[in-house]
Design a protein around this ligand. Structure first.
Ligand code: ATP
Ligand code: MG
Length: 489
């Protein structure tokens, strides 16, 4: 196996202490580092005791390094450690400077895998690593290109649920602010989606407000981006405000902004999202959640296109195009007096309705194959395929969480599947069929099973958000709590 990082021979004095025990008087063992790379080191110490984690201390050109490290091997007084870099790129860059200065590159030989390189290649034809050591961006390029291998090397012996936890950490910690849909094309071939695409193309270059309707996860945000990107406002901000995720008391300030001192805690004046969208598009997501008093204030803004920040009487002119979306049946909410009719008419000049995934026929298979291909590429698992049974399960499943649920299920399946073919079990789609084929089950057992599975599935697609789950299931929160208790969920 080739190395991931260039390694150099050296002779650097070092010491090590058990990890997290570096106070004065703690055990300290001295030694000499014999070789070092960005990822780890090999050092010799005659006195070292066995330990799993340590901090390695050494100095290079006047800079001190104290790097937490995991012991990989201890043999013959020689210890190999992997660095557990904790402090971003700074330590790595300093270390790289030293390694680079001492790298003895042999012309025509790859320093990672020792294979022969005929021409001056940027990339080793054998191990694929970046070889342009003179490039200013070498380190960044190298880290970018080897990130996947680094992670794969570390998690190869993990169990499926540990790998799944890691995927969740990546999603929740690192990707929480990054819209994942950037990676996906807008896919659809069924007549309803072709109709939606045609409407997007027609409406995008105009200034007309758009109302997008569709269940959760059907692509309302993607549609908004598609409109914005095809409009004359492209390149200007697309500002999203999710009316459901912010408490009403804060939503007004978020939308309209405020002046300094207008309420306790308003230490500085702040622009609201409407002003931030000036020149661009304002996306009012989950507009159906907007409470009555704010509906009136929003209507006033839509009529005269001026905002007054909280605590100010000065109207400010703002030029935005408004796109609103909701998964609620707004028309019914108007009839029952929850949503203002005048605001509904303002927003509803042009409507695009996205069909639920269960009604998209063969698109379910097309989308599943597309997501598998795209997501597998991200995971370096390009050869994975859906089994025949999986495709069947995908067609028959109801997809209550629509496309978002499909993406989540496929992303998970890629990680947990052990073979090249993804099975319905990898997609967690088996449970939905068992009640039907279990000949001996009583009707009551089947009903119970289906109800429990449905609740579990919606909780999972709503990311554990019980209000959203209750809404999707069409029950009150109290009913949901009772059902959870009943089924011990
Ligand atoms: N037709 C499609 N082709 C490819 N990807 C899609 C399609 N529709 C939706 N997606 C992807 O599915 C995910 C969910 O879509 P999006 O966030 O636009 O849905 P939404 O209707 O806004 O959902 P919610 O109501 O839960 O906010 C995103 O990652 C999006 O890129
Ligand atoms: Mg959305």
């Amino acid at each position: 196996m080739s190395r991931i990082d260039a390694r150099i021979k050296c002779n650097i004095k070092c010491s090590c202490t058990p990890y997290n025990n570096e106070t004065d008087g703690a055990e300290q063992y001295s030694g000499v580092i014999l070789n070092i790379s960005l990822g780890g080191a090999l050092f010799q110490s005659n006195t070292l005791h066995e330990m799993d984690l340590m901090t390695l201390h050494f100095s290079i050109n006047g800079s001190d390094f104290n790097i937490p490290s995991r012991v990989l091997r201890m043999e013959d007084k020689r210890t190999a450690v992997r660095f557990l870099h904790q402090k971003g790129l700074e330590t790595i860059s300093q270390l790289w400077e030293f390694i680079f200065d001492n790298l003895k590159l042999q012309p025509g030989i790859c320093p990672y895998c020792d294979s022969e390189i005929k021409n001056k290649a940027e990339q080793c034809p054998n191990c694929g690593l970046f070889l342009n050591f003179d490039s200013k961006n070498y380190l960044i390029e190298h880290i970018n290109r080897t990130a996947y291998q680094r992670i794969a090397q570390r998690i190869q012996d993990f169990k499926a649920d540990q790998k799944w936890s890691i995927v969740n950490i990546l999603d929740n910690e690192f990707l929480k602010d990054k819209a994942r849909y950037d990676d996906f094309e807008f896919v659809g071939t069924c007549p309803e989606m072709l109709q939606a695409f045609s409407l997007i193309r027609k409406i995008a270059p105009t200034e007309i407000p758009v109302l997008i309707l569709g269940e959760s996860g059907t692509g309302k945000e993607l549609t908004t981006r598609a409109i914005h990107e095809r409009s004359l406002r492209k390149g200007r901000p697309l500002v999203t405000i999710n009316c459901a995720s912010i408490p009403d008391t804060l939503l007004e300030a978020e939308l309209f902004g405020y002046e300094r001192g207008s309420f306790t805690g308003a230490y500085n004046a702040r622009k609201g999202k409407i002003e931030k969208a000036d020149g661009g598009t304002l996306f009012l997501d989950e507009i159906g959640e907007l409470q009555w008093p704010l509906q009136a204030k929003l209507l006033r803004f839509l009529e005269d296109k001026t905002v007054e920040r909280i605590g100010s009487r000065k109207p400010r002119k703002v030029d935005v195009r408004v796109i609103a979306a909701t998964n609620r049946k707004l028309e019914e909410e108007v009839q029952s007096g929850i949503f203002r009719q005048d605001l509904y008419y303002r927003l509803n000049t042009f409507t695009i309705e996205l069909p639920p995934l269960r009604e998209r026929g063969q698109d379910k298979v097309i989308l599943a194959k597309y997501f598998l291909k795209t997501l597998a590429k991200e995971n370096g698992a390009t050869k994975k395929k859906m089994s025949k049974e999986s495709l069947e399960a995908i067609i028959h499943y109801e997809w209550p969480g629509n496309i978002r649920e499909m993406i989540n299920k496929i992303r998970r399946a890629i990680v947990v599947s052990e073979d090249m073919e993804i099975t319905p079990k990898d997609l967690s789609l088996t449970a939905h069929f068992t009640p039907f084929i279990d000949e001996k089950a009583t009707l009551k057992e089947v009903k119970t099973r289906i109800e429990k599975e449905k609740i579990l599935s919606v909780i999972s697609t709503c990311g554990g958000n019980l209000s959203k789950t209750a809404k999707t299931l069409g029950v009150s929160r109290t009913t949901l709590y009772n059902l959870k208790r009943k089924y011990d969920i």
